[in-house]
Ligand binder design. Structure first.
Ligand code: LIP
Length: 266
């Protein structure tokens, strides 16, 4: 089996176990463990527990690989492969009981830096719906056995676009101005609250495109591979804004270039 598909199988197996833990813990109640970059940027005890489980399973299955996780940071390895993990992407949705959150697990080779790494495999699981989106480089993007493809133009009614907003209130005016510019391309906008699901939905044709500033590597590592393996285009290192936040834009060909230009105001 090619390495990418071997890593994909590991990501799928661990995402399923981690998703079940996240879902079970939510049903048992909620414990906010801390706040991070802002009062609204929370982490739950489940975020931490789920990441420990993922890290433990990866150490068992792939002991020489490196790790980079949202809650526990980086651990070097010797294999050249790094696992990029968001244990619960959409933490605020998780805390509020909104059933749109995901376990996001990606395996990359090379420097674990967005735009520099070469993503080999990824899995994005919504533990509530049970939908598991997955991809291995060169082998397509899949949802529970169905091959995925991004939407193509023309879109005479306009594009259905996903986006998101940062936790820092100082960034909201700029983000809203960005949405106002994008409305010239859009039929409507959706704010799902979990970047990995936004990107999975672009890959699945449930969104025509997606854009957001300020994402972290673990938010988009798996979803970006889903998009490209579904025939889409993505940038994860778009021009930093005055807050230093890089831009993620993803869509099918044609719309990608137009959406990037409008978001950047060029
Ligand atoms: C979230 C992203 C979402 C973004 C939120 C937050 P988290 O990640 O998935 O797209 O709008 O601000 O960054 O914090 O739930 O892992």
């Amino acid at each position: 089996m090619p390495l990418a598909q071997e890593l994909e199988a590991v990501a799928i197996e661990i995402a399923r176990e981690a998703g079940e833990l996240a879902r079970r813990r939510r049903g048992e109640g909620l414990a906010i463990a801390a706040t991070k970059s802002a009062l609204a940027d929370i982490v739950t005890e489940a975020d931490r527990e789920v990441e420990v489980l993922i890290r433990t399973r990866l150490a068992e299955r792939r002991p020489d690989d490196a790790f980079l996780g949202e809650e526990s940071g980086a651990e070097p390895g010797t294999s050249g492969i790094t696992w990029i993990v968001d244990p619960i992407d959409g933490t605020v949705n998780y805390a509020y009981g909104i059933p749109s959150y995901a376990v996001s697990i990606a395996a990359v080779e090379g420097d674990p830096v967005p735009g520099e790494w070469n993503a080999l495999a990824g899995a994005v699981l919504n533990p509530v719906s049970g939908e598991l989106f997955h991809a291995a480089r060169g082998a397509g993007a899949w949802l529970d056995g169905e091959r995925l493809a991004v939407n193509s133009e023309p879109m005479p009614a306009g594009a259905l676009l996903g986006t998101g907003f940062g936790y820092n209130p100082a960034t909201h005016a700029g983000d809203l101005a960005q949405v106002a510019r994008v409305m010239t391309l859009a039929r409507d906008v959706r704010r799902i609250g979990a970047a990995s699901l936004d990107l999975a939905f672009v890959a699945a044709g449930r969104l025509d495109g997606y854009f957001e500033r300020g994402l972290q590597p673990w938010d988009h590592a798996a979803g970006a591979l889903l998009v490209t393996e579904a025939g889409g285009a993505i940038t994860v290192t778009g021009a930093p804004d005055e807050h230093g936040r890089t831009l993620v834009v993803a869509a099918g060909p044609g719309l990608f270039e137009r959406l990037l230009a409008v978001v950047l105001g060029t």
